[in-house]
Design a binder for this molecule. Structure first.
Ligand code: HEM
Ligand SMILES: *[C@@H]1O[C@H](CO)[C@@H](O)[C@H](O)[C@H]1NC(C)=O
Ligand SMILES: *[C@@H]1O[C@H](CO)[C@@H](O)[C@H](O)[C@H]1NC(C)=O
Ligand SMILES: *[C@@H]1O[C@H](CO)[C@@H](O)[C@H](O)[C@H]1NC(C)=O
Ligand SMILES: *[C@@H]1O[C@H](CO)[C@@H](O)[C@H](O)[C@H]1NC(C)=O
Ligand SMILES: *[C@@H]1O[C@H](CO)[C@@H](O)[C@H](O)[C@H]1NC(C)=O
Ligand SMILES: *[C@@H]1O[C@H](CO)[C@@H](O)[C@H](O)[C@H]1NC(C)=O
Length: 327
Protein backbone atom coordinates (compact mmCIF):
# COMPACT_ATOMS: atom_id res chain seq x y z
CA UNK A 1 0.00 0.00 0.00
CA UNK A 2 2.81 2.28 0.98
CA UNK A 3 4.52 1.42 -2.28
CA UNK A 4 1.38 2.08 -4.34
CA UNK A 5 1.02 5.41 -2.61
CA UNK A 6 4.52 6.58 -3.50
CA UNK A 7 4.00 5.36 -7.06
CA UNK A 8 0.88 7.53 -7.19
CA UNK A 9 2.82 10.54 -5.94
CA UNK A 10 5.60 9.78 -8.42
CA UNK A 11 2.98 9.53 -11.18
CA UNK A 12 1.42 12.84 -10.20
CA UNK A 13 4.74 14.63 -10.12
CA UNK A 14 5.67 13.19 -13.51
CA UNK A 15 2.34 14.46 -14.82
CA UNK A 16 3.06 17.91 -13.40
CA UNK A 17 6.55 17.80 -14.87
CA UNK A 18 5.11 16.74 -18.22
CA UNK A 19 2.56 19.55 -18.21
CA UNK A 20 5.25 21.99 -17.09
CA UNK A 21 7.53 21.06 -19.96
CA UNK A 22 4.75 21.10 -22.51
CA UNK A 23 3.53 24.57 -23.22
CA UNK A 24 0.12 25.83 -22.19
CA UNK A 25 -0.32 27.46 -25.56
CA UNK A 26 -3.24 26.45 -27.80
CA UNK A 27 -4.10 26.88 -31.46
CA UNK A 28 -7.58 28.29 -30.78
CA UNK A 29 -6.61 30.82 -28.08
CA UNK A 30 -8.18 33.78 -29.95
CA UNK A 31 -11.08 31.89 -31.61
CA UNK A 32 -13.74 33.86 -29.77
CA UNK A 33 -11.82 37.03 -28.83
CA UNK A 34 -10.33 37.66 -32.28
CA UNK A 35 -11.97 35.39 -34.84
CA UNK A 36 -10.42 37.14 -37.87
CA UNK A 37 -6.89 37.23 -36.49
CA UNK A 38 -5.37 34.81 -39.00
CA UNK A 39 -6.99 36.56 -41.98
CA UNK A 40 -5.85 39.99 -40.81
CA UNK A 41 -2.23 38.89 -40.30
CA UNK A 42 -2.12 36.90 -43.55
CA UNK A 43 -3.27 39.88 -45.61
CA UNK A 44 -0.60 42.15 -44.11
CA UNK A 45 2.20 39.60 -44.59
CA UNK A 46 1.04 39.18 -48.19
CA UNK A 47 1.26 42.96 -48.69
CA UNK A 48 4.72 43.10 -47.16
CA UNK A 49 6.03 40.28 -49.40
CA UNK A 50 4.46 41.84 -52.48
CA UNK A 51 6.37 45.01 -51.64
CA UNK A 52 9.65 43.17 -50.96
CA UNK A 53 10.03 39.39 -51.14
CA UNK A 54 13.01 39.41 -48.75
CA UNK A 55 10.72 40.61 -45.96
CA UNK A 56 9.57 36.99 -45.49
CA UNK A 57 13.07 36.12 -44.32
CA UNK A 58 13.32 39.17 -42.11
CA UNK A 59 9.99 38.43 -40.39
CA UNK A 60 10.98 34.81 -39.78
CA UNK A 61 14.25 35.89 -38.19
CA UNK A 62 12.47 38.36 -35.86
CA UNK A 63 10.57 35.50 -34.18
CA UNK A 64 13.82 33.50 -33.74
CA UNK A 65 15.67 36.44 -32.21
CA UNK A 66 12.68 37.15 -29.96
CA UNK A 67 12.35 33.58 -28.68
CA UNK A 68 16.03 32.99 -27.86
CA UNK A 69 16.22 36.03 -25.56
CA UNK A 70 14.04 35.61 -22.44
CA UNK A 71 11.55 33.48 -24.36
CA UNK A 72 9.01 34.43 -27.03
CA UNK A 73 7.69 37.58 -25.36
CA UNK A 74 7.98 40.33 -27.98
CA UNK A 75 10.98 41.82 -26.15
CA UNK A 76 12.91 42.35 -29.40
CA UNK A 77 10.27 44.88 -30.49
CA UNK A 78 10.74 47.28 -27.56
CA UNK A 79 12.30 50.72 -28.07
CA UNK A 80 13.88 52.90 -25.38
CA UNK A 81 16.95 52.55 -23.20
CA UNK A 82 20.54 51.93 -24.21
CA UNK A 83 20.69 48.19 -23.50
CA UNK A 84 17.70 47.04 -25.54
CA UNK A 85 17.83 43.96 -27.77
CA UNK A 86 17.56 46.00 -30.98
CA UNK A 87 20.94 47.59 -30.24
CA UNK A 88 22.74 44.32 -29.37
CA UNK A 89 25.50 43.13 -31.74
CA UNK A 90 23.53 40.30 -33.39
CA UNK A 91 20.60 42.66 -34.09
CA UNK A 92 22.01 46.15 -34.77
CA UNK A 93 21.88 47.07 -38.49
CA UNK A 94 20.77 43.49 -39.03
CA UNK A 95 17.25 42.55 -37.91
CA UNK A 96 14.55 44.27 -39.89
CA UNK A 97 10.78 44.30 -40.37
CA UNK A 98 9.78 46.38 -37.35
CA UNK A 99 7.60 48.68 -39.48
CA UNK A 100 5.76 45.67 -40.91
CA UNK A 101 5.06 44.42 -37.37
CA UNK A 102 3.74 47.90 -36.48
CA UNK A 103 1.35 47.74 -39.44
CA UNK A 104 0.17 44.24 -38.52
CA UNK A 105 -0.34 45.23 -34.89
CA UNK A 106 -2.45 48.26 -35.98
CA UNK A 107 -4.63 46.07 -38.20
CA UNK A 108 -5.04 43.51 -35.43
CA UNK A 109 -5.96 46.25 -32.93
CA UNK A 110 -8.52 47.60 -35.41
CA UNK A 111 -10.10 44.13 -35.65
CA UNK A 112 -9.99 43.30 -31.94
CA UNK A 113 -8.53 45.80 -29.53
CA UNK A 114 -6.34 44.88 -26.59
CA UNK A 115 -6.40 41.09 -26.81
CA UNK A 116 -3.59 39.84 -29.09
CA UNK A 117 0.01 39.96 -27.84
CA UNK A 118 2.93 41.17 -29.95
CA UNK A 119 4.69 37.88 -29.13
CA UNK A 120 1.83 35.93 -30.77
CA UNK A 121 1.81 38.31 -33.75
CA UNK A 122 5.49 37.46 -34.31
CA UNK A 123 4.72 33.72 -34.19
CA UNK A 124 1.84 33.94 -36.69
CA UNK A 125 3.80 36.31 -38.92
CA UNK A 126 6.79 33.93 -39.03
CA UNK A 127 4.53 31.02 -40.01
CA UNK A 128 2.85 33.04 -42.76
CA UNK A 129 6.21 34.34 -44.00
CA UNK A 130 7.50 30.77 -44.41
CA UNK A 131 4.29 29.50 -45.99
CA UNK A 132 4.03 32.40 -48.46
CA UNK A 133 7.69 31.87 -49.41
CA UNK A 134 6.90 28.30 -50.49
CA UNK A 135 7.62 26.54 -47.21
CA UNK A 136 5.56 24.33 -44.90
CA UNK A 137 2.38 25.32 -43.04
CA UNK A 138 1.78 24.52 -39.39
CA UNK A 139 -0.83 25.39 -36.79
CA UNK A 140 0.68 28.07 -34.59
CA UNK A 141 0.30 27.70 -30.83
CA UNK A 142 -0.95 30.90 -29.19
CA UNK A 143 -1.57 32.51 -25.82
CA UNK A 144 1.82 34.15 -25.14
CA UNK A 145 1.82 37.45 -23.27
CA UNK A 146 4.27 40.29 -23.80
CA UNK A 147 7.31 40.86 -21.61
CA UNK A 148 8.29 44.20 -20.12
CA UNK A 149 12.09 43.83 -20.28
CA UNK A 150 14.34 44.03 -23.32
CA UNK A 151 17.87 42.91 -22.42
CA UNK A 152 20.57 43.70 -24.99
CA UNK A 153 23.39 42.25 -22.88
CA UNK A 154 21.54 38.96 -22.69
CA UNK A 155 20.83 39.02 -26.45
CA UNK A 156 24.57 39.33 -27.17
CA UNK A 157 25.25 36.30 -24.97
CA UNK A 158 22.56 33.86 -26.09
CA UNK A 159 22.08 34.53 -29.80
CA UNK A 160 24.34 32.43 -32.04
CA UNK A 161 26.85 34.27 -34.25
CA UNK A 162 28.26 33.14 -37.60
CA UNK A 163 31.72 33.03 -35.99
CA UNK A 164 30.71 30.53 -33.29
CA UNK A 165 32.20 27.04 -33.55
CA UNK A 166 29.67 24.21 -33.90
CA UNK A 167 29.80 23.19 -30.22
CA UNK A 168 28.92 26.77 -29.19
CA UNK A 169 25.98 26.89 -31.59
CA UNK A 170 24.75 23.55 -30.31
CA UNK A 171 25.02 24.64 -26.67
CA UNK A 172 23.16 27.89 -27.37
CA UNK A 173 20.29 25.81 -28.76
CA UNK A 174 20.52 23.29 -25.90
CA UNK A 175 20.36 26.16 -23.39
CA UNK A 176 17.12 27.23 -25.06
CA UNK A 177 15.73 23.69 -24.68
CA UNK A 178 16.31 22.73 -28.32
CA UNK A 179 18.22 19.71 -29.64
CA UNK A 180 20.37 18.76 -32.63
CA UNK A 181 17.39 18.17 -34.90
CA UNK A 182 16.28 21.72 -34.13
CA UNK A 183 19.78 23.11 -34.85
CA UNK A 184 19.91 21.59 -38.33
CA UNK A 185 16.25 21.94 -39.31
CA UNK A 186 16.01 25.57 -38.14
CA UNK A 187 19.31 26.47 -39.82
CA UNK A 188 17.40 25.58 -42.98
CA UNK A 189 15.71 28.99 -42.51
CA UNK A 190 18.79 30.23 -44.35
CA UNK A 191 17.16 28.97 -47.54
CA UNK A 192 15.75 32.53 -47.73
CA UNK A 193 17.15 35.96 -47.00
CA UNK A 194 20.50 37.75 -47.13
CA UNK A 195 23.70 38.07 -45.15
CA UNK A 196 26.08 41.05 -45.01
CA UNK A 197 29.71 40.91 -46.12
CA UNK A 198 30.91 41.79 -42.64
CA UNK A 199 29.50 38.47 -41.41
CA UNK A 200 31.32 36.18 -43.84
CA UNK A 201 34.26 38.20 -45.25
CA UNK A 202 36.53 36.49 -42.69
CA UNK A 203 36.27 33.45 -44.99
CA UNK A 204 37.32 35.21 -48.19
CA UNK A 205 40.98 36.28 -47.91
CA UNK A 206 42.76 35.37 -44.71
CA UNK A 207 40.70 32.73 -42.94
CA UNK A 208 41.71 32.22 -39.27
CA UNK A 209 45.13 33.75 -39.97
CA UNK A 210 46.03 31.08 -42.54
CA UNK A 211 46.72 33.64 -45.28
CA UNK A 212 44.23 31.77 -47.49
CA UNK A 213 40.45 31.64 -47.91
CA UNK A 214 38.27 29.11 -46.08
CA UNK A 215 39.00 25.78 -47.79
CA UNK A 216 35.41 24.66 -47.22
CA UNK A 217 34.12 27.40 -49.58
CA UNK A 218 33.56 26.46 -53.24
CA UNK A 219 36.14 28.26 -55.42
CA UNK A 220 33.73 29.78 -57.94
CA UNK A 221 31.45 31.04 -55.19
CA UNK A 222 34.59 32.33 -53.46
CA UNK A 223 35.59 34.52 -56.41
CA UNK A 224 32.03 35.87 -56.72
CA UNK A 225 32.04 36.80 -53.06
CA UNK A 226 35.56 38.29 -53.23
CA UNK A 227 34.35 40.71 -55.93
CA UNK A 228 31.15 41.48 -54.05
CA UNK A 229 32.96 42.03 -50.74
CA UNK A 230 36.43 43.46 -51.42
CA UNK A 231 38.71 44.08 -48.43
CA UNK A 232 37.86 47.52 -46.96
CA UNK A 233 34.62 47.56 -49.03
CA UNK A 234 31.13 48.24 -47.69
CA UNK A 235 30.50 45.64 -44.99
CA UNK A 236 26.75 46.18 -45.34
CA UNK A 237 26.57 44.82 -48.89
CA UNK A 238 24.45 41.66 -48.87
CA UNK A 239 24.66 38.27 -50.57
CA UNK A 240 21.89 35.65 -50.73
CA UNK A 241 22.08 32.95 -48.05
CA UNK A 242 20.88 30.47 -50.73
CA UNK A 243 22.12 31.76 -54.08
CA UNK A 244 20.29 28.97 -55.95
CA UNK A 245 16.76 30.08 -55.03
CA UNK A 246 17.05 33.34 -53.14
CA UNK A 247 13.50 33.98 -51.96
CA UNK A 248 12.09 30.46 -52.24
CA UNK A 249 11.77 28.36 -49.10
CA UNK A 250 13.06 24.96 -50.23
CA UNK A 251 15.73 22.43 -49.19
CA UNK A 252 18.43 23.84 -51.46
CA UNK A 253 20.24 25.26 -48.44
CA UNK A 254 21.26 21.69 -47.57
CA UNK A 255 22.26 20.81 -51.14
CA UNK A 256 24.50 23.89 -51.02
CA UNK A 257 26.25 22.61 -47.90
CA UNK A 258 27.04 19.32 -49.67
CA UNK A 259 28.67 21.43 -52.41
CA UNK A 260 30.65 23.79 -50.12
CA UNK A 261 28.26 26.61 -50.98
CA UNK A 262 27.10 27.67 -47.53
CA UNK A 263 27.39 31.45 -47.15
CA UNK A 264 28.15 31.75 -43.44
CA UNK A 265 30.80 29.77 -41.60
CA UNK A 266 28.02 28.69 -39.20
CA UNK A 267 26.16 27.19 -42.18
CA UNK A 268 29.04 25.25 -43.72
CA UNK A 269 30.31 23.80 -40.41
CA UNK A 270 27.05 21.84 -40.05
CA UNK A 271 28.41 19.66 -42.84
CA UNK A 272 32.16 20.29 -43.02
CA UNK A 273 33.57 20.62 -39.52
CA UNK A 274 35.19 17.58 -37.88
CA UNK A 275 32.58 17.71 -35.18
CA UNK A 276 29.77 17.64 -37.74
CA UNK A 277 30.51 14.02 -38.61
CA UNK A 278 29.22 12.75 -35.27
CA UNK A 279 26.40 15.23 -34.90
CA UNK A 280 24.87 17.27 -37.72
CA UNK A 281 26.32 15.96 -40.99
CA UNK A 282 23.91 13.04 -41.42
CA UNK A 283 20.90 15.32 -40.93
CA UNK A 284 22.21 17.76 -43.55
CA UNK A 285 22.53 14.86 -45.99
CA UNK A 286 19.05 13.60 -45.17
CA UNK A 287 17.38 17.00 -45.62
CA UNK A 288 19.30 17.63 -48.87
CA UNK A 289 17.64 14.55 -50.25
CA UNK A 290 14.26 14.67 -48.54
CA UNK A 291 12.42 17.93 -48.82
CA UNK A 292 9.26 16.52 -47.22
CA UNK A 293 11.15 15.48 -44.09
CA UNK A 294 12.88 18.87 -43.92
CA UNK A 295 9.52 20.64 -44.14
CA UNK A 296 7.97 18.41 -41.45
CA UNK A 297 10.96 18.75 -39.11
CA UNK A 298 11.20 22.50 -39.72
CA UNK A 299 7.53 22.96 -38.79
CA UNK A 300 7.95 20.89 -35.61
CA UNK A 301 11.11 22.75 -34.66
CA UNK A 302 9.39 26.11 -35.20
CA UNK A 303 6.66 24.99 -32.79
CA UNK A 304 9.33 23.94 -30.25
CA UNK A 305 11.15 27.24 -30.71
CA UNK A 306 7.84 29.08 -30.26
CA UNK A 307 7.38 27.26 -26.94
CA UNK A 308 10.52 28.72 -25.36
CA UNK A 309 9.55 30.15 -21.98
CA UNK A 310 6.17 31.71 -22.89
CA UNK A 311 4.55 34.11 -20.45
CA UNK A 312 0.95 33.02 -19.75
CA UNK A 313 -1.82 33.63 -17.25
CA UNK A 314 -1.25 36.91 -15.43
CA UNK A 315 2.46 37.06 -16.33
CA UNK A 316 3.40 39.96 -18.62
CA UNK A 317 0.80 42.03 -20.46
CA UNK A 318 -0.92 42.59 -23.80
CA UNK A 319 0.96 45.58 -25.19
CA UNK A 320 -1.03 48.39 -26.82
CA UNK A 321 1.83 49.08 -29.18
CA UNK A 322 4.64 46.64 -29.87
CA UNK A 323 7.37 49.25 -29.35
CA UNK A 324 6.58 50.18 -25.75
CA UNK A 325 5.33 48.60 -22.54
CA UNK A 326 1.94 49.78 -21.26
CA UNK A 327 2.35 52.60 -18.75
C1 HEM B 1 22.22 28.34 -36.15
C2 HEM B 1 22.63 29.53 -35.78
C3 HEM B 1 22.38 30.77 -36.58
C4 HEM B 1 23.29 31.72 -36.89
C5 HEM B 1 24.76 31.73 -36.46
C6 HEM B 1 22.64 32.69 -37.70
C7 HEM B 1 23.23 33.84 -38.20
C8 HEM B 1 22.68 34.66 -39.15
C9 HEM B 1 23.36 35.76 -39.76
C10 HEM B 1 24.77 36.20 -39.43
C11 HEM B 1 22.53 36.31 -40.67
C12 HEM B 1 22.80 37.52 -41.57
C13 HEM B 1 22.53 38.78 -40.76
C14 HEM B 1 23.02 40.03 -41.42
O1 HEM B 1 23.46 39.99 -42.56
O2 HEM B 1 22.97 41.11 -40.77
C15 HEM B 1 21.31 35.56 -40.63
C16 HEM B 1 20.21 35.81 -41.41
C17 HEM B 1 19.03 35.12 -41.31
N1 HEM B 1 18.72 34.17 -40.35
FE1 HEM B 1 20.02 33.24 -39.16
N2 HEM B 1 21.33 32.33 -37.89
C18 HEM B 1 21.13 31.17 -37.21
C19 HEM B 1 19.92 30.50 -37.10
C20 HEM B 1 18.74 30.95 -37.62
C21 HEM B 1 17.44 30.44 -37.28
C22 HEM B 1 17.18 29.36 -36.23
C23 HEM B 1 16.54 31.12 -38.03
C24 HEM B 1 15.04 31.00 -38.06
C25 HEM B 1 14.37 29.92 -37.73
C26 HEM B 1 17.28 32.05 -38.85
C27 HEM B 1 16.74 32.87 -39.81
C28 HEM B 1 17.45 33.77 -40.57
C29 HEM B 1 16.92 34.43 -41.74
C30 HEM B 1 15.56 34.17 -42.34
C31 HEM B 1 17.91 35.30 -42.19
C32 HEM B 1 17.82 36.30 -43.34
C33 HEM B 1 17.21 37.59 -42.81
C34 HEM B 1 17.02 38.69 -43.82
O3 HEM B 1 17.32 38.54 -45.00
O4 HEM B 1 16.56 39.77 -43.39
N3 HEM B 1 18.60 31.94 -38.55
N4 HEM B 1 21.42 34.56 -39.67
C1 LIG C 1 -11.19 27.49 -33.67
O1 LIG C 1 -11.20 27.88 -35.03
C2 LIG C 1 -10.62 26.93 -35.90
C3 LIG C 1 -10.51 27.55 -37.28
O2 LIG C 1 -11.69 28.21 -37.63
C4 LIG C 1 -11.44 25.66 -35.87
O3 LIG C 1 -10.83 24.69 -36.70
C5 LIG C 1 -11.50 25.15 -34.42
O4 LIG C 1 -12.35 24.03 -34.35
C6 LIG C 1 -11.99 26.22 -33.48
N1 LIG C 1 -11.88 25.74 -32.12
C7 LIG C 1 -12.78 26.00 -31.18
C8 LIG C 1 -12.51 25.45 -29.81
O5 LIG C 1 -13.76 26.66 -31.39
C1 LIG D 1 20.25 41.15 -18.53
O1 LIG D 1 21.03 40.01 -18.77
C2 LIG D 1 22.24 40.02 -18.06
C3 LIG D 1 23.10 38.88 -18.60
O2 LIG D 1 22.44 37.66 -18.49
C4 LIG D 1 21.94 39.93 -16.58
O3 LIG D 1 23.13 39.91 -15.83
C5 LIG D 1 21.08 41.12 -16.18
O4 LIG D 1 20.67 40.98 -14.84
C6 LIG D 1 19.84 41.23 -17.06
N1 LIG D 1 19.17 42.47 -16.82
C7 LIG D 1 17.87 42.56 -16.55
C8 LIG D 1 17.33 43.94 -16.38
O5 LIG D 1 17.14 41.59 -16.48
C1 LIG E 1 14.78 16.31 -30.81
O1 LIG E 1 13.50 16.36 -30.16
C2 LIG E 1 12.45 15.87 -30.97
C3 LIG E 1 11.15 16.09 -30.21
O2 LIG E 1 11.21 15.59 -28.94
C4 LIG E 1 12.68 14.41 -31.33
O3 LIG E 1 11.66 13.95 -32.19
C5 LIG E 1 14.04 14.31 -32.04
O4 LIG E 1 14.33 12.94 -32.32
C6 LIG E 1 15.13 14.89 -31.18
N1 LIG E 1 16.39 14.87 -31.93
C7 LIG E 1 17.52 14.41 -31.41
C8 LIG E 1 18.73 14.46 -32.28
O5 LIG E 1 17.60 13.96 -30.26
C1 LIG F 1 46.66 36.72 -42.03
O1 LIG F 1 46.35 36.97 -40.68
C2 LIG F 1 47.42 36.70 -39.78
C3 LIG F 1 46.92 36.78 -38.37
O2 LIG F 1 45.96 37.77 -38.25
C4 LIG F 1 48.57 37.65 -40.09
O3 LIG F 1 49.65 37.38 -39.24
C5 LIG F 1 48.99 37.44 -41.54
O4 LIG F 1 49.98 38.40 -41.90
C6 LIG F 1 47.84 37.58 -42.49
N1 LIG F 1 48.22 37.17 -43.83
C7 LIG F 1 47.98 37.89 -44.92
C8 LIG F 1 48.42 37.32 -46.21
O5 LIG F 1 47.39 38.95 -44.87
C1 LIG G 1 26.29 49.60 -41.87
O1 LIG G 1 25.36 50.67 -41.89
C2 LIG G 1 25.15 51.29 -40.62
C3 LIG G 1 24.03 52.27 -40.75
O2 LIG G 1 24.19 53.10 -41.83
C4 LIG G 1 26.45 51.90 -40.15
O3 LIG G 1 26.29 52.53 -38.90
C5 LIG G 1 27.48 50.77 -40.00
O4 LIG G 1 28.72 51.29 -39.61
C6 LIG G 1 27.62 50.02 -41.31
N1 LIG G 1 28.40 48.81 -41.02
C7 LIG G 1 29.42 48.43 -41.77
C8 LIG G 1 30.07 47.15 -41.40
O5 LIG G 1 29.79 49.06 -42.74
C1 LIG H 1 19.44 10.49 -52.23
O1 LIG H 1 18.59 9.37 -52.27
C2 LIG H 1 18.83 8.51 -53.36
C3 LIG H 1 17.75 7.41 -53.38
O2 LIG H 1 17.11 7.30 -52.17
C4 LIG H 1 20.23 7.95 -53.27
O3 LIG H 1 20.48 7.10 -54.36
C5 LIG H 1 21.21 9.10 -53.23
O4 LIG H 1 22.53 8.62 -53.04
C6 LIG H 1 20.89 10.08 -52.14
N1 LIG H 1 21.76 11.22 -52.24
C7 LIG H 1 22.33 11.81 -51.19
C8 LIG H 1 23.13 13.03 -51.45
O5 LIG H 1 22.22 11.39 -50.06
Amino acid sequence: MKRGCSCYIWGMSMLVLFLGVRSQLTTDFYNTTCPNLFKVVRRQVQNALMNEMRMGASLLRLHFHDCFVNGCDGSILLDGGNDIEKLAGPNLNSVRGFEVIDTIKSSVEAACSGVVSCADILAITARDAVFLSGGPFWNVLLGRRDGTISNGTLASQVLPTPFDPLNTIISKFTNAGLNLTDVVALSGAHTIGRGRCVLFSNRLFNFSGTGSPDPTLDTSMLSDLQSLCPQNGDGNTTAPLDRNSIDLFDNHYFKNLLNSKGLLSSDQILFSSDEAVSTTKALVQTYSNNSALFFADFANSMIRMGNINPKTGSDGEIRNTCRAINS
